[in-house]
Design a binder for this molecule. Structure first.
Ligand SMILES: C[S@@+](CC[C@H](N)C(=O)[O-])C[C@H]1O[C@@H](n2cnc3c(N)ncnc32)[C@H](O)[C@@H]1O
Length: 260
């Protein structure tokens, strides 16, 4: 499907089967957003490997749980917001099968390029669209998608209510969305451990990959991020009739499950 206002993205598209598209969409980003976009563009080459090491391989389990909570099923058209290099998009593709389709959206082109390449190599018979766009202003019609996921994206957007409002708009009535993210632990001991891990493991390991400065953004982003209860309240205010937050990994991870 070609979305309104979209145009073809040239990088690598000529090497791809017809159902792969990578499409930019004109975005109006605020300065905070441009920062985030630059960070994720710069870390794209090492992002997947670092995720694996820093989560002890657990991020794959949390992502699979997220897709299960999204209730995506065979034949669905599903959206993966802030898709990055595509981890959740690929798990969603397995859930919707070859009769369904997954649309991945991200504003960092280097991340999308990795997603396109991974899809070509490992998921050649599944259907994807890759859209370069800001999730605060989605280039899709209203009531378009059967379901959605978002992994480690909500914490990074500059306006959470706006992001959830846009998501609500593009979902069909009855759709379910599952949003995975890191959280700051509520338990003071776990919080202490989390802070220690970020300062003494995450940043030094990232330093080995020459991206220490980029990974230092995680600690302040956790401080700003609303906790589960507040997320539920924002989601209900923007129109989701069902909102439940599930805490995982000692409260350092969480999944917000929403129903339209
Ligand atoms: C931590 S990565 C997560 C990638 C992937 N979902 C995963 O779980 O591995 C966050 C992604 O969100 C994207 N992002 C952040 N804010 C965005 C926005 N306003 N619009 C589109 N993408 C955004 C970044 O470019 C980045 O690729």
């Amino acid at each position: 499907m070609v979305y309104h206002h979209s145009r073809r993205y040239s990088v690598g598209v000529h090497t791809l089967p017809p159902h792969y598209t990578l499409t930019p969409f004109p975005t109006q980003t605020q300065s905070n957003d441009s920062n985030v976009k630059d960070i994720f563009g710069r870390i794209a080459p090492v992002y997947d490997e670092l995720n694996f090491w820093l989560s002890w391989g657990q991020h794959g389990v949390w992502k699979q749980m997220t897709v299960d909570w999204s209730l995506a099923k065979s034949g669905n058209l599903c959206l993966d917001l802030c898709c990055g290099s595509g981890d959740l998009s690929f798990l969603l593709a397995e859930a919707v099968g070859r009769k369904g389709k997954v649309v991945g959206v991200d504003f960092a082109a280097p991340q999308l390029e990795k997603a396109v390449e991974r899809a070509r190599l490992y998921y050649p018979s599944f259907h994807f669209d890759w859209i370069e766009a800001d999730v605060l202003s989605l280039p899709f019609p209203s009531e378009h998608f059967d379901g959605a996921t978002m992994g480690y994206g909500l914490r990074n957007v500059s306006n959470i209510p706006k992001s959830l409002t846009e998501l609500w708009r593009v979902l069909k009535p009855g759709a379910t969305v599952a949003i995975l993210d890191m959280h700051r632990a509520i338990n003071p001991y776990v919080y202490g451990l989390q802070q220690w891990y970020l300062a003494n493991v995450v940043v030094p390991v990232a330093h080995q990959f020459n991206v220490a400065a980029e990974y230092s953004y995680i600690a302040p982003s956790l401080e700003r991020f609303p906790q589960g209860k507040e997320q539920v309240s924002i989601a209900k205010q923007v129109g989701f009739h069902r909102a439940v937050h599930y805490s995982m990994a000692g409260g350092t991870m969480g999944v917000l499950v929403l129903g339209k």
